[in-house]
Design a binder for this molecule. Structure first.
Ligand code: SF4
Length: 454
């Protein structure tokens, strides 16, 4: 979600004539924007560290506009600290008023002009020009914001904003507000325009896409599956993905679509968070181990070969050894294709942060390592099953580590429908196309293959 917000911020600035610069140019650029995430504690620390470093850049380059935004700005204690202790910050905006950023920037320049563009050298302060606007809730869904996409051939598409679930460890409902769905017509139009622009794959975004509720003037209320079927009719669109789905709201109708809708990719991210019913209850997840495993069974029955990934939190307050072992057993049963595993970190303002029985860090780390071993075993065996198969790979670009293969071709990478990362040798003109690749080798995190004729 934050990544897509960054694409929109970048798109709005490009529309006003700005061009992106590298981090190394911080002493000469006009604007620095830090888009923050508040999901994990570590991000807070890195944010304030980066902000501290920008004081030096501001001293060298007093015209620099230092702008901060994202989820962290929706938290009073964070913005209070910035306002008090970081006078070199010029613009502060939140997740609900991203669309106002270009105007806020203009307001900053107008303030500077009016007040003589003077920076108080003693304080290195730009506080007197500062533009600071944060809304508690999204007032309206602003449509048709431009976006500077990371890839020409694939794109994120927001279908809804916010979350109503209030899992006890999560800050998102406080920083992103309550659920609001976009109108289906607007989503369909955006996807159609993206395809005209060369996009082959869209990833539909929402904190809990399963609770999408759109109103179509022609056909009334739409749920998420209705939206997928409608989007699948977009000529030229090859693939539809989505992120993220809450197990408690995953409907049989959507599971059925996995088996029948050709454009819906054979991949689902289904966060389990814990394999223990008692922990799930304390997390306020509103499903239990049995119902989760039943969902996995139904998904695999409807779409054999589908890849399943998940999120798991280790060391949630009060997690006993037995409860943790239930998570290990679940991971072993499901054999995920991949998993994002997290050490629980308390987020100020959430109920779980106040729980008294926090787990010591060393225990969390030991449990984490045991879980990762099991997850990796599962990923390795799921990937090994691809060897010998020919997959359709949407090519993203040159592989990061090595750009030239032994035969002098470029080493490319891309994703299968199952979201498996595939490296193979090819040519530049393959980037952005769907290429058939025969898989020859695999490891825990990726596949390796060779391009074959279509
Ligand atoms: S459903 Fe996801 S975004 Fe919403 S509160 Fe739970 S973890 Fe956070």
């Amino acid at each position: 979600m934050n990544e897509h917000d960054s694409e929109i911020i970048s798109g709005m600035l490009a529309a006003r004539g700005y061009t992106p610069a590298s981090a190394a140019e911080v002493d000469v650029v006009d604007i620095v924007i830090i888009n923050t995430c508040s999901i994990r504690e570590n991000a807070d620390k890195r944010f304030f560290g980066t902000l501290g470093q920008l004081k030096k850049a501001k001293t060298k380059n007093p015209d620099l506009a230092v702008c901060v935004c994202g989820c962290m700005m929706q938290q009073e204690q964070i913005t209070g600290k910035i306002r008090r202790s970081y006078p070199w910050v010029d613009v502060i905006f939140g997740t609900h008023n991203i669309h106002e950023f270009p105007d806020m920037l203009q307001e900053l320049y107008d303030n500077r002009k009016r007040k003589g563009n003077r920076i108080d050298n003693k304080l290195r302060s730009s506080k007197e020009f500062r533009v600071d606007r944060i809304y508690e809730d999204r007032r309206e869904i602003v449509e048709e914001l431009p976006a500077n996409r990371l890839f020409a051939h694939k794109s994120f598409v927001n279908i809804m904003y916010g979350c109503n679930n209030f899992c006890t460890y999560c800050i998102v409902p406080y920083t992103r507000g309550r659920e609001q769905s976009r109108d289906p017509e607007n989503i369909i139009r955006e996807v159609r325009d993206l395809v005209i622009d060369g996009v082959k794959e869209v990833t539909l975004l929402g904190q809990n896409v399963n609770s999408y509720k759109g109103i179509s003037p022609e056909s009334g209320q739409w749920d998420f599956t209705d939206l997928i079927w409608a989007l699948s009719e977009t000529p030229g669109l090859e693939r539809i993905r989505f992120m993220t789905s809450h197990p408690k709201d995953l409907s049989d109708k959507l599971i059925d679509a996995f088996g029948r809708c050709d454009k819906l990719c054979n991949y689902i991210h289904l966060p389990v968070q814990s394999g223990s019913d008692t922990v799930l209850k304390r997390m306020n997840r509103k499903y239990d181990r049995k119902s989760y495993l039943e969902l996995v069974r139904k998904i695999r029955q409807a779409a054999p070969g589908i890849a399943i990934s998940t999120d798991i939190i280790v060391g949630f307050p009060g997690e006993t050894e037995e409860e943790f072992e239930e998570t290990l057993a679940l991971a072993q049963d499901v054999r995920y294709d991949s998993a994002f595993t997290f050490l629980y970190s308390p987020r100020q303002g959430t109920p779980a942060a106040e729980y008294e029985d926090q787990i010591p860090e060393d225990i969390k780390h030991r449990r984490f390592n045991r879980l990762v071993d099991i997850i990796n075993e599962g990923s390795k065996s799921r990937n090994a099953a691809f060897v010998g198969r020919t997959c359709r790979v949407l090519v993203d670009g040159p592989a990061r580590k090595q750009s030239v293969s032994e035969e002098g071709k470029i080493l490319l990478n891309g994703r299968t429908e199952e979201f498996k990362l595939v490296d193979f040798a090819g040519s530049e003109d393959m980037i952005g196309r769907i290429i058939h690749v025969k898989i020859n080798d695999s490891n825990t995190f990726s596949l390796r293959g060779e391009a074959v004729n279509d």
